[in-house]
Design a protein around this ligand. Structure first.
Ligand SMILES: [Zn+2]
Ligand SMILES: [Zn+2]
Length: 405
C-alpha cells in the first residue's frame, strides 16, 4: 500500500510499504477514505518529537471503511468508522476511569521504558506519533491496523459525509475537552490563545458550554476570520497589547478562563527529549512559552487555565508564583477521545458544530509532502488539510473563498 512516511526533519515522502495485518483478535483493518494533517504533525515535521524513526508512517486523524476484522473485534466489514487518535484498551485502571489517553496497556513494553523515564509514568499509545507512544503505524495511508477495535472506533451513520465527522478523531474532542477543562460557568468570559483547528473547535465548544463571550487571539487573518465566524471577538496580537486589551474588555478583572491552544510549536518550548541535552536546549527556549505565560498573567484571580496545547518537556521562566498567588486552577492533558466521541457525534448530527468550514484544502495522499510544506509555511491560507487516498496526484482543491481572496 501507499503511505506517508517521516524520513527526518522536514522530510516527508510517500512510499510503498507492506499492507497491515491482523496481529491480535481485537484488531481490525480499515481502508482509509479521509485523513487530516494535524498541528501536532508539525511537531514531528520540525523534529521536536523524540522517538521518530526514518520510515515511520504518520497520521493520527483518519477514518475509513472496515475491510477485515479479528475474531474479537465488534466491527463489521463495510462499516464506516472514525478512529480516535488515542489507542486505549478499555479495561485498565485508567480506561475504567474514562482517562483513555492514560491507558496503561496500549504502549507496548519495548517502548514504554523510555516514556516512563521521561514522564515519570509511561504514556498511552497513539497512532502515527513516534515510538514513545508505541510506534503504531499512522493513518495517512491506504490501510491501517486498529488495535482494540472493540473500544475506540465510532461507527458513522449513513448520510454523514467524511468531512462532517472526520475531526471526531482528534481536534473536535480536543477542543471540547479544552472547554470542559475550563469549567465554564454561564456568562463567563473565555480567552482562547491560538485559532488553529483546535482553537476553532474550542471557541465553538466554549459557547456551547455557556460562555457569554469568547475572545480569540492569533495573528493570521484567515484564522481570525474563522474565529469571528464561529462567534468569537478577536484580538490580533501583532496589533494590540493582549493583556491590556483583555483587561479593558473585562473591566480590569481579566477573563474567567484562559485556554492555551498554541502549545510548543509557534511559541512553545523545546522538547528536551534526551535528558543530557536539557541544559543546552533550555538556553534557546526562553521565549517559547509566551502564550502560556501571557494566559497566566491575563487570567482573573481565582480563574481557570486549560492547556490542550501540546508541550513536550521542560519550561523556562514559567510564572509559577503568579499561578499560585492568583489561585488559578489548571487542567491539561492529551484528549480522552473515546469519552466524548458519542455525545459529539450526536451534536454534529444536531447541527451544533460547524465541522467543515475550517477545511481549506483537499488533496491526494500522493501530494502529502507538498501539503506538509504548505501547512508548515503558509498557516494563514492552509487552515486544515484533508488527504484522500482516493484522489489522484495533483487533485488539489481549495476552499472557494480562498480562491477568490
Ligand atoms: Zn491531531
Ligand atoms: Zn487501558
Amino acid at each position: 500500500m501507499r503511505a506517508v512516511t517521516w524520513q527526518g526533519r522536514h522530510k516527508i515522502s510517500v512510499e510503498t510499504v507492506p499492507d497491515p495485518e491482523i496481529v491480535n483478535p481485537r484488531d481490525a483493518i480499515i481502508r482509509v477514505t479521509s485523513t487530516a494533517i494535524c498541528g501536532s504533525d508539525l511537531h514531528l515535521y520540525d523534529g521536536y518529537i523524540p522517538g521518530m524513526r526514518a520510515g515511520d508512517i504518520v497520521g493520527h486523524e483518519f477514518m475509513g471503511e472496515v475491510v477485515e476484522t479479528g475474531a474479537s473485534s465488534t466491527l463489521h466489514r463495510g462499516q464506516r468508522v472514525v478512529v480516535p487518535f488515542t489507542i486505549s484498551c478499555g479495561q485498565c485502571f485508567f480506561c475504567e476511569k474514562q482517562q483513555y489517553s492514560a491507558c496503561d496497556n496500549s504502549n507496548p513494553s519495548e517502548t514504554r521504558d523510555v516514556s516512563e523515564l521521561m514522564m515519570g509514568h509511561a504514556m498511552g499509545g497513539a497512532f502515527g506519533y513516534a515510538h514513545l507512544t508505541g510506534g503504531y503505524a499512522g493513518g495517512q495511508a491506504e490501510y491501517v491496523r486498529i488495535p482494540y477495535s472493540d473500544v475506540g472506533p465510532v461507527v458513522i451513520p449513513d448520510g454523514l459525509a467524511d468531512d462532517d465527522v472526520l475531526f471526531l478523531s482528534d481536534i473536535l474532542p480536543t477542543g471540547w475537552q479544552a472547554a470542559v477543562n475550563a469549567d465554564i460557568e454561564p456568562g463567563d468570559t473565555v480567552a482562547v490563545w491560538g485559532c488553529g483547528p483546535v482553537g476553532l473547535f474550542t471557541i465553538q465548544s466554549a459557547l456551547l458550554l455557556g460562555a457569554g463571550r469568547v475572545i480569540a487571539i492569533d495573528h493570521f487573518p484567515t484564522r481570525l476570520a474563522l474565529a469571528k465566524k464561529y462567534g468569537a471577538e478577536i484580538l490580533d496580537y501583532t496589533k494590540v497589547d493582549v493583556r491590556e486589551a483583555l483587561a479593558e474588555m473585562t473591566g480590569g478583572i481579566g477573563p474567567d478562563a484562559c485556554i492555551d491552544c498554541v502549545g510548543m510549536e509557534s511559541h512553545g518550548f523545546t522538547v528536551d527529549n534526551i535528558l543530557d541535552q536539557v541544559k543546552v536546549k533550555l538556553l534557546s527556549s526562553t521565549e517559547r512559552i509566551h502564550a502560556l505565560r501571557q494566559a497566566i498573567l491575563a487570567c482573573r484571580k481565582g480563574g481557570r487555565l486549560s492547556i490542550p496545547g501540546v508541550y513536550g518537556g521542560f519550561a523556562d521562566k514559567f510564572p509559577l508564583g503568579e499561578l499560585m498567588e492568583k489561585g488559578l486552577t489548571v487542567k491539561s492533558g492529551q484528549t480522552h477521545v473515546q469519552r466524548y466521541s458519542g455525545e459529539l457525534l450526536d451534536m454534529i448530527q444536531a447541527g451544533k458544530f460547524d465541522t467543515v468550514s475550517l477545511i481549506s484544502h483537499h488533496a491526494s495522499l500522493e501530494d502529502a509532502a507538498d501539503m506538509y510544506r504548505h501547512w508548515h509555511d503558509e498557516q494563514d491560507l492552509y487552515t486544515k488539510i484533508v488527504l484522500k487516498p482516493g484522489l489522484k496526484k495533483g487533485d488539489i482543491s481549495a476552499r472557494q473563498e480562498l480562491q477568490h481572496a
